[in-house]
Design a protein around this ligand. Structure first.
Ligand code: GDP
Length: 454
């Protein structure tokens, strides 16, 4: 569809430094100091124990973690390939990426061995990077090893925290120091009360049958509720029972009134769509199959994607369809709506009532996609395999690395890729496609942005 409706791609999801993500803690250190054990100790049962998909490797890079209700993303840099040889070089490289991408660094050293050449290389990198560093002196399993930890003052990274990843000893004090070094995270998201009816915007250009459909499914039993006090009288919502549960259709006054006789009805329709979308969670875009799909239909779909709302495509006036028109309709859909091929489609007739009950499962599918949150561990084990199989294309002689990713939010799902360079549009679209293949998100737009640490 891109050649016909490039706009439907929405604004390019490029670098985005503004989106709020949880603070990132990177765990660095040479192999065998106990990084993975410490990571497992920190995330506890949150993600480690869960076997997501049998057969999928559990070689992960990043995890959801929390300490004393401070949430953060924990990154195990031991899983990063740096492409350099030599232990000290490799570990120093990992530390360098880590320090750039993270808000704080947890530097793990084996206290029973003491500082080695590789540890000192890491320390040099971290001192230059200027990010807060917490030094974990691991394998201090008892009081006897405490003096070993003190010897690590010589790394010049401040106070060593004696810990035992194996037994959990000392990890509380260490985590206090880690979370103390973190910036404020994003504010807790306000979740809707569980039982609130979900909000639907019924949109589409004039005459596609919006008011007919509303009358058909809401009938006269509808409950009219005024929107929040202070909003205009136009924004009236109706609570309608469908499939055994209540749904809120937002701003139905604009549908029920007869506007199309008025001049500027198209303009009004666009404005109404905008306000209805703002107040909704999912949009049903109604189209009229008795006529060719119009530019205005596509524009409404675009508006929904840009507003980041869940989407259901409803093809109305199906009762008018004959063989020939149906043939052309399929072609129009293929050509003009392929960019939203992830959206559920229902073919209905507001006049006869045909298949209108199918709206409910379609709405539920789209909202489920819209609500989806992927655990960071699962996301990153998947991403690691994807990137290993198909690395980002070289750009300006350099191969951008994808270090890890987090889901910054849901509704709609928004992913942030932490990278060492710009990822081409094509590659980002490839990732989006594969994300959909792996995790679904049917009926929901998804956002993909980059955080570049060159
Ligand atoms: P709105 O502007 O989107 O609210 O459209 P209306 O509901 O006012 O419908 C526009 C016209 O299409 C009216 O003449 C309706 O009777 C007709 N219409 C609506 N739905 C259907 C349908 O499913 N089949 C047929 N044949 N006509 C329909």
């Amino acid at each position: 569809m891109s050649e016909h409706n490039p706009d439907l791609d929405g604004p390019p999801d490029g670098p985005d430094e503004d989106v709020e993500v949880k603070p990132v803690v990177a765990v660095v250190g040479r192999p065998n100091v106990g990084k993975s054990s410490l990571v497992n100790r920190i995330i506890g049962r949150r993600e480690a124990v869960v076997e997501d998909v049998p057969g999928v490797t559990r070689d992960r890079v990043a995890y959801d973690a929390a300490w004393q209700s401070r949430e953060f993303t924990l990154v195990d840099t031991g899983g990063w390939e740096t492409g350099v040889s030599g232990l000290a070089e490799m570990v120093a490289h990992q530390a360098e990426y880590a320090a750039r991408a993270a808000d704080a660094v947890l530097f793990v050293v084996d206290a029973t061995v003491g500082s080695t050449e590789a540890d000192e290389a890491v320390a040099r990198v971290l001192r230059r990077a200027g990010k807060p560093v917490v030094l974990a002196a691991n394998k201090v399993d008892g009081e006897l090893q405490e003096p070993d930890a003190l010897a690590l003052w010589n790394l010049g990274m401040g106070e060593p925290f004696p810990v035992s990843a194996l037994h959990g000893r000392g990890t509380g004090d260490m985590l206090d120091a880690v979370t103390g070094a973190l910036p404020e995270g994003p504010p807790e998201r306000e979740e809707e009360p569980e039982d609130a009816p979900r909000r639907i915007a019924l949109v589409g250009r004039p005459n596609v049958g919006k008011s007919s459909l509303l009358n058909r499914i809401a009938g006269e039993d509808r409950v009219v509720v005024d929107a929040k006090a202070g909003t205009t009288r136009d924004s009236v919502d109706e609570v309608v029972e469908l499939g055994g549960r209540p749904w809120t259709f937002v701003d139905t006054a604009g549908i029920r009134r007869r506007f199309r006789a008025l001049q500027g009805a198209d303009y009004y329709a666009t404005v109404r769509t905008t306000t209805a979308l703002e107040r909704s969670e999912v949009a049903v875009v109604l189209m009229d199959v008795s006529e060719p799909l119009a530019e205005q239909d596509i524009r409404v779909v675009e508006q929904v994607v840009e507003a980041g709302r869940a989407l259901v495509l409803a093809f109305n006036k199906w009762d008018t369809l004959d063989e020939e028109r149906r043939y052309y309709l399929e072609k129009e859909i293929d050509r003009q709506l392929s960019r939203v091929s992830w959206a559920p489609r229902v073919n209905i007739s507001a006049r006869t009532g045909r298949h209108t009950e199918r709206l409910v499962p379609a709405l539920e599918t789209s909202l489920a996609g819209w609500d989806t949150r992927i655990p960071t561990g699962r996301l990153n084990s998947w991403l690691k395999e994807l990137v290993a199989a198909t690395p980002p294309p070289v750009r300006g002689g350099k191969q951008p690395k994808i270090l890890f990713a987090t889901q910054a939010g849901a509704r709609p799902p928004h992913f942030v890729l932490f990278t060492t360079g710009f990822l081409e549009d094509n590659y980002r679209r490839f990732i989006e496609r594969r994300l959909r293949e792996e995790f679904g998100f049917d009926g929901s737009p998804i956002k993909l942005t980059m955080r570049i640490r060159e």
